[in-house]
Design a binder for this molecule. Structure first.
Ligand SMILES: *Cc1c(COP(=O)(O)O)cnc(C)c1O
Length: 357
């Protein structure tokens, strides 16, 4: 985590970095993330209860709720714990104006520059800013937007450069820091340096060693923060014409050894990962066979004849980039990391059991 944060900073010199720790730090555990990202300038997330948890864990720096609040009742909690929030619609401005929080609020005013999820349209942005500025308990206003396609610099539908153009047009003349780049944006920084200079960046996935697409973690110079591992708990010798698992989706073409790994979709391993998804057994790359079940998945032991019960199995992480597994399973590393289930024990670097949140 420290390495990856330093990597983000190196790509975006002169900026301040929010470490994005939503979804329990993309499945890594908030407490672990707080240690790893101690050098970040702020912590950004989505869940107000986890934001309060950051305060309880001793984080005194800025905290930002990336989607604002979901319930006006949260405004008191936010004021009490100095938690800032994104403001993306006029309803929120009305809620803020009606609130009587004990302290001023810092906000991120969000512009919709074409992604069409949250935010004010560029031509509403000045109006929204002025209404916010008129609320006495609104503190600093940072101007933000979010990129749809920063992992592809020349996207045919909505290139990053077009989103930046709309942002600059909508925000022209307004004071305050800017916050634009997610991980994919951070990797575009050398090209976008002018537009993004002296701003906040909001890297998430890259801090955990996953990529937003575009290149491999190795090419980006990232290290995996998470290794999902288990062990072989069973071995079977099967012959030609025998089937493996639910639905008998895999048929052995000849004699082979297969191993049962104690990891299934109830642990967060994707059920839709097909036969052939890469996996490491005793450090040797092999493949899954048959359907992933709730608590187990099966692997081909042909390339690892010495493997047996107790052999270490890496599902992703050290030696097997999460992005490769995600690609094989038709998804993205983000989803795999976030889906790691509560029953999976989190271990710290020294092997000690770490808090799950
Ligand atoms: C999740 C999120 C990020 C981080 O995105 P990555 O692709 O993981 O870097 C940045 N900004 C906002 C608003 C987000 O919701």
């Amino acid at each position: 985590m420290q390495h990856n944060l330093a990597r983000a900073r190196a790509n975006a010199p002169g900026t301040r970095a929010w470490a994005v720790v939503k979804a329990n730090a993309y499945g890594h555990g908030l407490e672990q993330a707080l240690r790893g990202f101690a050098a970040a300038d702020g912590m950004a997330l989505v869940e107000v209860d986890y934001a309060v948890r950051l305060r309880e864990l001793g984080w005194t720096g800025p905290v930002l709720l990336l989607e604002g609040w979901f319930d006006p009742a949260d405004l008191d909690t936010m004021a009490q714990h100095r938690i800032g929030g994104a403001v993306h619609c006029f309803e929120q401005i009305a809620q803020l104006a009606a609130a009587r929080p004990e302290r001023a609020f810092d906000v991120h005013l969000k512009m919709n520059t074409g992604m069409n999820r949250l935010g004010f349209r560029p031509d509403q942005f000045h109006d929204a800013w002025q209404r916010l500025r008129a609320i006495p308990h609104v503190g600093e206003i940072t101007l933000m937007t979010h990129f749809a396609n920063a992992d592809e610099s020349h996207h045919p539908c909505l290139p990053v450069a077009e989103q930046i153009r709309r942002f600059e047009q909508g925000a022209a003349g307004l004071p305050g820091p800017r916050s634009l780049a997610n991980s994919a944006g951070v990797f575009q920084m050398p090209k976008l340096a002018d537009a993004l200079a002296s701003q906040w960046i909001r890297p998430g996935i890259m801090l955990y060693g996953g990529t937003p697409g575009g290149a491999t973690a190795q090419e980006y110079g990232l290290l995996p923060a998470m290794t999902l591992e288990s062990r072989l708990i069973g071995v079977q010798d099967i012959g030609a014409g025998e089937f493996v698992g639910y639905g008998s989706r895999f048929e052995a073409g000849g004699a082979m050894r297969i191993g049962a790994v104690a990891c299934g979709y109830a642990d967060g391993y994707p059920r839709h990962a097909p036969t052939g998804t890469p996996v490491l057994v005793d450090g040797v790359r092999t493949r899954t066979v048959g359907r992933v079940s709730m608590d187990m998945l099966m692997v081909d032991l042909t390339p690892v004849p010495q493997a047996g019960i107790g052999s270490r199995v890496v599902l992703w992480g050290q030696g097997l980039p999460v992005d490769e597994v995600a690609t094989a399973a038709g998804t993205i590393g983000y989803e795999l990391m976030c889906a790691v289930a509560p029953r999976v024990r989190l271990l710290a670097d020294d092997g000690a059991v770490a808090p799950s949140i």
